[in-house]
Design a binder for this molecule. Structure first.
Ligand code: NAG
Length: 296
């Protein structure tokens, strides 16, 4: 009501709302993960850039889908891998998933190819740290924070190296690492572990299974992240564990919500942004949306 009698107040208010972003803009360094992980992060990066923040995405010269864009600045660094090598590793990874071998050969095959693809990604991170020129330029920009997907330990290693606070944008990590590192209580009796397909209401036998999977997970993730941890320890000049690296995240933006998951205790700096996966909407293909003649 007060505004009605104060036209200049309204003008001032409008002016404030219309002021371009850069006044309040921050400098954000984005270390993305290629493949499907990038699809929803790209939307966030574009939006932040539109709102007047200075966003720089650091990208290896050889990737699948991390292309340059008008919407934000991209810094590339040279890598030793050829496009064919990246392609081959990905093909092996897909093949391991599709072969249809019996258990436990399938699990072993998938594990082996996962370690292989992970090390291939991480070798690009080593290339980033070999490029002194890129590192110097990134350090000189004076970023306020790093936005990264923790599955690729490169972002968190770079953030630690540049002594910058970091924000995770993620779907989840194997072996309950995300919840363990942030010290969320995750009782085995009602927090189902990944791939058990149990719910939050487990029978006694399912709880035993949950406990066994949790124990196995320790071994699995040790192998998975071994190479990354060795390298991070070298770069940061101290012995780091997976939990050391993840624990100091300022904010965890989680790309899921409890519509698809079971309720569990989380920390106050974990924010659920599940709807973000549906930003890119497309109408369902007609061929799937309408019943075919034979269905009628
Ligand atoms: C980044 O730049 C600052 C200021 O020039 C310097 O003190 C610091 O050592 C640099 N950090 C790295 C990791 O090079």
């Amino acid at each position: 009501m007060a505004l009605r009698f104060c036209p200049s107040c309204i003008f001032l208010l409008l002016l404030l709302l219309l002021l371009p972003g850069p006044l309040a803009g921050g400098k954000l360094l984005v270390v993305p993960m290629m493949g499907s992980h990038w699809l929803s992060m790209q939307k966030v990066v574009e939006k932040l850039s539109q709102r007047g923040h200075e966003v720089v995405v650091v990208v290896p010269e050889v990737t699948w889908n991390l292309k340059t864009s008008q919407a934000y600045k991209v810094v590339t660094y040279p890598v030793t891998q050829t496009p064919e090598e990246v392609e081959d590793v990905f093909r092996d990874y897909m093949y391991a998933h599709m072969r249809g071998l019996p258990f436990p050969l399938n699990a072993l095959g998938v594990y082996r190819s996962s370690v292989e693809i992970y090390n291939a990604f991480f070798s690009q991170c080593k290339d980033l740290f070999r490029s002194q020129e890129t590192l110097r330029a990134l350090n000189q920009t004076g970023f306020d924070a790093v936005l990264t997907d923790p599955i690729f330990f490169c972002g968190v290693t770079l953030a630690n190296y540049l002594s910058l606070p970091f924000v995770f944008f993620m779907r989840g990590l194997d072996c309950n690492l995300d919840f363990d590192a942030s010290q969320c209580p995750s009782p085995l009796s009602y927090v189902p572990r990944l791939f058990t397909f149990n719910s939050d209401r487990m029978t006694f036998l399912q709880r035993v299974e949950n406990a066994l999977v949790s124990l196995l997970g320790l071994k699995y993730c040790d192998g998975y992240y071994a190479e990354a941890l060795k390298f991070s320890s070298e770069v940061l000049q101290r012995d780091v564990t997976v939990k050391d690296l993840l624990a100091s995240a300022s904010i965890w933006l989680m790309r899921f919500d409890f519509v698809f998951e079971y309720a569990r205790p989380v920390m106050p700096n974990m924010v659920f942004v599940g709807g973000i996966n549906c930003v890119d909407k497309k109408p369902l293909n007609k061929a799937y949306a309408e019943p075919t003649k034979s269905d009628k």
